[in-house]
Design a protein around this ligand. Structure first.
Ligand SMILES: Cc1cc2nc3c(=O)[nH]c(=O)nc-3n(C[C@H](O)[C@H](O)[C@H](O)COP(=O)(O)OP(=O)(O)OC[C@H]3O[C@@H](n4cnc5c(N)ncnc54)[C@H](O)[C@@H]3O)c2cc1C
Length: 596
């Protein structure tokens, strides 16, 4: 297993030089006391916790997986103790409301911590990750009683949370879900139905599990407009809001089985059965999907960060190996005359892989933290215009981050195996686990295909390009002040910015005649958007590197070289995606099912 070292220097570069977080926190209501010293101290501590406590359990979790026995799920050895340490360290409540026991720190800071958690042990990270999603939903849509009843224990971590959407016959298409909620005389509801693939649905880490469940009320309209959201605790609560005594606590919630999966084996993926389980409506009737979207946006960004984080772990393993492994001689002259061979780092093809890994990962980090900064603004700014703009930008960037970071994260982990050659394929080295663990990130929280449709359909065409215009203006503004050394790359980026809305107009026109044109263009449009956004971030990083070169030459020269690599070897992929997306739907849709 590659040893994970939290990339504090990289994170600090993005925080301090690229995104000017010090200024951002000072200007954001409620974050004025988040000083650089505090941020540094938290990142250091998170780095220690994740590298020394969580990472050593990553291979253990993969090997042992979770065990199901008569409805009871046991997590891999060490997971429970690590969770206890996590809670005791106050990590579970770090970004949540201080009114309910949290520390009220910015979402952007939490994003850096969650990157480290997922890089060290993505399976383990699922338990607090799902809880965070549930907390967000209760905070946003719960009434006072619900907030007071559930949030303190969830923020403390003594209770965990889930999101229960998927059923055997419905995944992407939630409009057809069947779980039912019958109103009870006391104002609560009795839920009956079966959910599958529920992450953290049952386990031994917490005293209670608070399920957020999508279900239908009697006579609810068909489709997505007839879905409501409910809070269903695994164990019933007493009048004090604590888990009821043994005799009365059962709530008709049971774990029927757990899945045996390709990866994230330490995360329990459960069938959860609700049998007249007592639950409480959260948010308005039939608006459950909208409420769940609050949770899903945050969860989607969390999944994006998982893709990036696992890629980071893979980069670390591959670079270390490439410097150690002696194989072949450099074609341009022996580099290691005292040894039998040169390290594989000398070979251009190995560098192609390593630089692809690094530039995608560092570029995604820059874009991911930029997006997290926008979340801070959308949550805290007192300026209505800033909030409205932030929400628009978030809507646009969330599907890009989710799909692009996970698609490219998977590519990175795949290269990670290739760099190690045969050893990459062997379990002991841990690189293949990273491929398996990363693979799910492209599927859950909405597959890449669904993110692409969301971006192209809802966030661009339905929005008449308003969010796209915002991001283009922001990118143009950032490129105003670039050093002349970068003018060639700036030209490429500006050309891509011009093409971006032009392509959407073309697709929009074609869609008036044939709506399949949108679905046929969506994936390539999303990937195009991802490469353009990374081009923007790499230009920004290169610009800082040129200006600050004298302060830490190796670090900044590295950034500049990576920007060159990105524009010469990865940015051209954007052009390929633009050609494909403009090629139209016919090459996909003309063939009949029988002709496959
Ligand atoms: C390990 C794991 C953990 C999970 N955790 C949770 C959880 O905690 N809670 C929860 O509720 N769910 C969870 N899920 C479920 C997950 O969110 C779904 O698997 C996912 O949303 C896809 O749904 P599906 O599997 O039914 O695939 P389907 O919806 O059947 O999709 C199959 C394929 O068709 C494509 N497709 C479907 N519809 C369209 C469309 N309209 N346009 C274009 N393409 C389309 C998809 O992109 C995909 O490629 C988890 C799944 C796994 C495997």
């Amino acid at each position: 297993m590659p040893e994970y070292h939290a990339p504090i220097k990289e994170i600090a570069f993005v925080f301090n030089q690229l995104l000017h977080m010090e200024q951002h926190y000072q200007n954001t209501p409620g974050y004025e006391e988040v000083t650089p010293d505090l941020v540094d101290a938290i990142l250091e501590e998170a780095g220690k916790f994740t590298s020394t406590v969580l990472q050593p359990l990553n291979a253990v979790g993969d090997e042992q997986g979770c065990q199901w026995n008569d409805g009871v799920v046991t997590t891999p050895a060490g997971f429970k103790e690590a969770y206890q340490q996590f809670r005791e360290g106050g990590w579970s409540g770090i970004t949540f409301d201080s009114e309910y026991g949290g520390q009220g720190l910015p979402y952007s800071l939490g994003t850096a911590i969650s990157e480290m958690i997922s890089a060290a042990n993505s399976s383990w990270g699922m338990y607090p990750g799902l809880t965070a999603g549930a907390i967000h939903a209760i905070q946003a849509h719960g009434d006072e009683l619900q907030k007071n009843t559930f949030l303190p224990n969830m923020i403390d971590g003594i209770w965990t949370g889930t999101m229960c959407l998927t059923e055997a016959h419905c995944g992407s298409d939630l409009g057809i879900l069947r779980t039912r909620a019958e109103p009870q005389d006391d104002g609560s509801f009795a839920l009956t139905g079966s959910k599958i693939f529920i992450s953290a649905g049952e386990h031994d880490l917490s005293e209670n599990i608070i399920h957020l469940v999508l279900a239908r009320l009697p006579n609810a309209p068909e489709g997505t407009k007839g879905i409501s959201l409910f809070i269903v605790p695994k164990y019933q609560l007493d009048s004090e809001g604590q888990v009821a005594s043994k005799e009365s606590k059962e709530n008709g919630v049971s774990c029927g089985s757990i899945e045996h999966k390709m990866g994230i084996n330490g995360s329990s993926t459960c069938v959860i059965n609700f049998d007249n389980a007592n639950g409480f409506l959260i948010g308005p009737e039939n608006r459950g999907l909208n409420c769940m979207f609050t949770m899903m946006n945050v969860a989607r960004l969390g999944t994006a960060m998982q893709g990036l984080a696992i890629a980071e772990a893979s980069c670390q393993g591959a670079i270390e190996y490439a410097n150690d492994r002696l194989q072949g001689r450099s074609l341009s002259g022996i580099k290691n005359p005292d040894k039998v061979a040169d390290p594989i780092m000398v070979h251009p093809d190995v560098r192609r892989m390593l630089l692809s890994m690094k530039t995608l990962t560092e570029g995604n980090r820059a874009l991911g933290y930029y997006t997290a900064k926008i979340v801070d603004l959308s949550q805290r700014s007192e300026d209505e215009k800033v909030v409205a703009e932030s929400e628009k930008l978030l809507g646009f960037l969330t599907p890009i981050c989710k799909a692009f970071f996970t698609e490219t994260g998977f590519e990175v982990t795949n290269y990670g195996v290739q760099v190690l050659g045969g050893h990459g394929y062997i379990k002991e080295w841990g690189m293949e686990q990273l491929v398996r663990d990363c693979r799910i990130t492209m599927i859950y929280e909405g597959t890449t295909g669904i993110q692409a449709l969301d971006l192209m359909g809802r966030k661009v065409l339905a929005d008449k390009g308003a969010a796209l215009k915002l991001i283009i203006n922001q990118i143009k503004q950032d490129t105003n002040d670039l050093p002349s050394e970068l003018s060639q790359y700036k030209k490429q980026l500006l050309a891509a910015l011009t093409l971006w809305p032009d392509m959407t107009k073309k697709i929009g026109f074609r869609a008036m005649k044939n709506t399949d044109e949108v679905g046929a263009a969506a994936f390539d449009f999303l990937m195009y958007s991802g490469y353009v956004c990374l081009g923007w971030q790499w230009l920004n990083m290169a610009s800082i590197a040129i200006k600050d070169m004298s302060e830490d030459e190796n670090f900044y020269k590295g950034k500049l070289e990576k920007a060159h690599f990105y524009f010469d070897r990865l940015f051209p992929r954007a052009k390929m995606h633009s050609k494909v997306l403009l090629s139209g739907a016919s090459s996909l849709m003309d063939i009949t099912p029988e002709q496959f």
